[in-house]
Design a protein around this ligand. Sequence first.
Ligand code: 4AD
Ligand code: MG
Length: 456
Amino acid sequence: MKQRINVVLREEPQEQRVIVAGWVRTRRDTGTFSFLEVNDGSCLANLQVIADSSLANYEEEIKRLNTGCSVIVTGVAKKSPAKGQNVEVHADTIEVVGWADPENYPLQKKRHSFEFLREISHLRPRTNALGAVARVRSRLAWAINSFFQERGFFQVHTPIITTSDCEGAGEMFQVTTAREAGAAKGTHEEFFGRKAGLTVSGQLQAEVYALALGNVYTFGPTFRAENSNTSRHLAEFWMIEPEMAFCDLACNMELATDMLKYVLSDVVENCSEDMALFDSFIEKGLLAKLRSVIEKDFAHLTYTEAVDKLIASKKKFEFPVKWGIDLQSEHERYLCEELFGCPLIVTDYPATIKPFYMRVNDDGKTVAAMDILVPGIGEIVGGSQREERYEVLERRMLEAGIELEEYRWYLDLRKYGSVPHAGYGLGFERLVQFVTGMANIREVIPFPRTPGFAPC
Ligand code: 4AD
Ligand code: MG
């Protein structure tokens, strides 16, 4: 049975036999043997393999191995005399499974820029940084699922193809069907006669299940047809959306705070090797930052207070501040980086800048919304208490120019056993960015979809 390198490296070597398979990072020859550094993606560390010149294929094959070749090694794991590693494997056989022509294999021992790596998304997970991101991303997804499952939430699989534009921002990709097999360009029609698109959020359907099962969450891909070329926007991103019946804004904020602290603690504890890499090479002080987020309370202020603070700062913002504007990234960053230096929950935004489904506050001007802003990123979570009053919701929908017939099912939820309920959306890639310190969101999703994305 093959072993994973992270397991071989973790165990105390007792001259046990191992079989490992992976990709060669480097080869170094001495007079009578070669050192191979082999990585199998299970961890950041490479396994040092010692290939003696007595191996049958030493001259013809082993001495031709270079970065990127794939091999299966059988041998004995021994305590290593070398500094910085506990284990090395003395090979009995090394089977070369696939060659990688050194003349044109794009990944070499030197450091490559992230921009360059984006052009080769089929090879970039073999680099230290992108491999670490993939492992941490996987662990974060696992931690999120365990957080909700431990608390009795049910996962609901909401649709990708939908007729409802949850955010009402007109950013839906349209879904069309080819009129006939092999139809030429331009002969597409609406999805089986209906206007349909790719979901911008699973929230509305999650509400349906919250009002039946109590506490639910979705975790799936969402799509936004916005032509924004920034370091924190994607056209396809993953979102976690819990939705809770019998819950108000305060309970929503509490859940979001607990969830963020839970997943950060999990990853700091369980991905220590990868996190140390980010801390040293991607964002200095990253681990200290995350630990302080885990330990300290989040700051909280209302939108109105936030606007007052921005005005009082007398800072020259590119986008002038006055009550009623949507907070821009420069404002969010000032608040949580300069003013508070910690995550910040902003609540009670003006109704005019938020979607129809948010619950209108008693002042009639603001809604029970909450955004969580974090240093370096800005908005990571957006949520609200939902409007559960039939008449108020209907009025808000009409004001927003929504076709009521299309949302009859959504209004029905307010007609039959309506309850206060709330939820939020956590942008998964923004979370991965925050955790890894990666400056650009394109580095934290395997195949980023942005205007002009690379093939694959
Ligand atoms: O604030 P948003 O648009 O909220 C919703 O979609 C709600 N329906 C969620 C809910 O209440 N169930 O998006 C939520 C989060 C944002 O805070 C941000 O982290 C992320 O999704 N997000 C994006 N991430 C990457 N690229 C984009 N284009 C994003 N748009 C939003
Ligand atoms: Mg938002």
